[in-house]
Design a protein around this ligand. Sequence first.
Ligand SMILES: NC(=O)c1ccc[n+]([C@@H]2O[C@H](COP(=O)([O-])OP(=O)(O)OC[C@H]3O[C@@H](n4cnc5c(N)ncnc54)[C@H](OP(=O)(O)O)[C@@H]3O)[C@@H](O)[C@H]2O)c1
Length: 320
Amino acid sequence: MQYTTLGRSGLQVSVAGLGCGGNSKLGLGTGHSEAHAVDIVRRALDLGISFIDTAQHYGTEAAVGKAIKDRARDSVVISTKLKVASRESGIASVAEVLAGLDRSLRVLGTDHVDVFCLHTVLPQEYDRVLAEIVPPLLREKEKGKFRFLGITEFAGRDPRHDMLARALSDDCWDVIMVAFHMLNQNARQRVFPATQAKNIGTLLMFAVRAIFSVPGRLQQDITELAAAGKVPKWLAEKKNPLDFLLHDQGARSIIEAAYRYARHEPGANVVLFGTGNPDHLAPNINAILQPPLPDADRQKLAALFGALEGVGLDEIIPRR
Ligand SMILES: NC(=O)c1ccc[n+]([C@@H]2O[C@H](COP(=O)([O-])OP(=O)(O)OC[C@H]3O[C@@H](n4cnc5c(N)ncnc54)[C@H](OP(=O)(O)O)[C@@H]3O)[C@@H](O)[C@H]2O)c1
């Protein structure tokens, strides 16, 4: 494993982070047991992963808690998240947020988390979240319940990263989570310049998601993009539109290319990957540890897809 610093938090973290959400939810999302989920986390830790991203909303905090119970607490960086706003109920009350933080600590079986993130905040919710939720939460931080405050975007509903662009002008966020992948590169212009200038810890999500893991899905999206004139038509005629990435000096699979691509983007600290399949742990870590894709391949990805927005950001991944 390779380790890096999570921006101004100073936390030392593995460059590959285990995501406990997405469709897989450590396997809980695809019908597996909690014991299976606990085993995935333990195996990830044994492979050198030291950054775990969970959330109250995922239902995976209990499995993470069981997996870390017999480990030294300071050997693993735990990040969890709480949804504080929704279209149905507006902004949560301070009491609800504080109860949510305490519930996460209880379920995780720890007296503190390293990073506490506000989950999927939309641009139109941001000002109220900042004014009403952040000040009382920072008082909980002073009490030691969490070490660093973070915020994550709602990728599918905020494809231009408007919430993060706004949040990055405030000083309270130590860590952010942003969607970035080979066909969704606009964080390069809209997010990474500010995270790098301010040294904000940056977690990447959606590196693979459905677009690169569900068979046929990439071709389907490319066909739709070609029909809309957003990518060249010849790409849609290919069985594997990204086959130019697969060669001796390049990647061995599209999934490997996707994780490598995200890992080496300037501004990325941790690439999260989500899985419920123990056989995917080592290959994904190995992909993230590979060198950057060759320059020519990266340039081709930028030329073909650099202007796309909102591609491959599904909230729910269709079943295979
Ligand atoms: N707004 C937010 O806060 C937010 C939103 C989205 C995600 N996240 C976080 O980011 C994490 C990563 O996102 P993600 O879950 O979408 O992860 P991802 O790594 O981009 O995609 C995971 C998907 O790819 C599949 N996959 C992974 N490795 C594979 C392999 N080697 N071969 C074939 N298929 C593979 C997984 O299925 P298998 O189970 O079969 O491996 C899963 O369906 C989440 O777990 C969550 O922690 C946060």
